[in-house]
Write a protein that binds this ligand. Structure first.
Ligand code: AMP
Ligand code: MN
Ligand code: MN
Ligand code: MN
Length: 291
């Protein structure tokens, strides 16, 4: 059983449409994926329906843009009720912040001698409601300013980089509460990936675990080297946190993130399912009647 609990579609910053993502999972022999687009549930219904046709179990997930003292933290929510009003309102606020900063970033690109016409950017955004820096990176690649997303981030778009403009992100504690109140299970994505462990220290993870608001941490992730994985796994074990693994697949948008390059143990998924059921969430969606 191969279980990949963190993937993206073109509904956020992945490059595969939801159906194509699920088809790729089927082709690659992946049994279970969670679709965790950034700050939107919009791809779930189509992905779940495609999974039912293709024999892939597609779980309801999301990756929420959160922050702790201004440091970006990505919060995975599994099995949230997607019509929960408080969560929906907060996600809308984040998406507004995503759209709202785009003019300022385009202005910075222009001033840096790399104009990106809005219509070029919009082609990469497509009908995603959750515009992100990777869409800008894709436009910059087309215009010949950079060769891939990584270079775009390393030189220009990364937090604190010359083109970066901040945006609203949910305070971490509030994000944890929103996930829980929507019936979901909360897992911090790649905690010691781009964010160092100084910024998200063991003491903070310990407090969140002790408060009962955090369910787990994503350990097996491409942004964690083997020693980081070992330390995080040991910490999680001591704190009673679940540990997950995933690809953080973005299609062609991220190299070395092939589906199921990291996986989650079936026992961990079973525990996530039990917690979602106990909290009144929904981990596996039903296809809408119209599909
Ligand atoms: P944003 O959603 O606008 O905050 O942009 C963050 C997203 O950019 C993350 O979810 C990643 O998918 C992507 N990202 C961050 N750093 C890199 C990188 N070095 N190469 C490719 N994608 C990246
Ligand atoms: Mn992303
Ligand atoms: Mn992330
Ligand atoms: Mn992700």
């Amino acid at each position: 059983m191969r279980i990949d609990l963190h993937t993206h579609s073109s509904v956020s910053d992945g490059t595969d449409a939801p159906e194509a993502l699920v088809a790729e999972a089927a082709r690659a022999g992946v049994d279970v994926i969670a679709l965790c687009d950034h700050d939107t549930f919009d791809g779930l219904a189509v992905a779940v329906a495609a999974g039912q046709r293709l024999g892939v179990s597609v779980l309801h997930g999301i990756e929420i843009s959160a922050q702790h003292h201004g440091v970006s933290v990505h919060l995975l929510g599994y099995g949230c009720r997607i019509d929960d009003p408080a969560l929906a309102d907060e996600l809308a606020r984040i998406r507004q912040g995503r759209s709202g900063r785009v003019p300022a970033m385009l202005e910075r690109l222009s001033r840096a001698g790399m104009p990106v016409p809005r219509e070029v950017l919009d082609r990469y955004v497509g009908d995603s409601p959750s515009i992100g820096r990777p869409h800008l990176a894709d436009a910059m690649i087309e215009l010949g300013y950079v060769s891939d997303r990584r270079e775009a981030f390393d030189r220009y778009l990364a937090d604190g980089g010359p083109i970066f403009v901040g945006r609203y992100a949910t305070p971490l504690g509030r994000g944890l509460d929103l996930v829980r109140e929507a019936g979901g299970v909360a897992v911090i994505a790649h905690p010691w990936g781009r964010v160092s462990r100084d910024e998200l220290p063991a003491s903070l993870l310990g407090r969140l675990a002790a408060s009962g608001r955090l369910d787990g941490v994503e350990v097996d992730h491409q942004d964690h080297d083997p020693s980081t994985r070992a330390e995080l796994r040991a910490l999680a074990s001591g704190l009673g946190l679940l540990t997950t693994g995933s690809s953080d697949y973005h299609g062609a948008g991220k190299k070395d993130h092939d589906l199921a390059c990291n996986t989650t143990a079936p026992e961990v998924l079973a525990e996530i399912g039990a917690r979602v059921a106990a909290r009144g969430g929904l981990l596996v969606g039903e296809p809408p009647a119209s599909v």
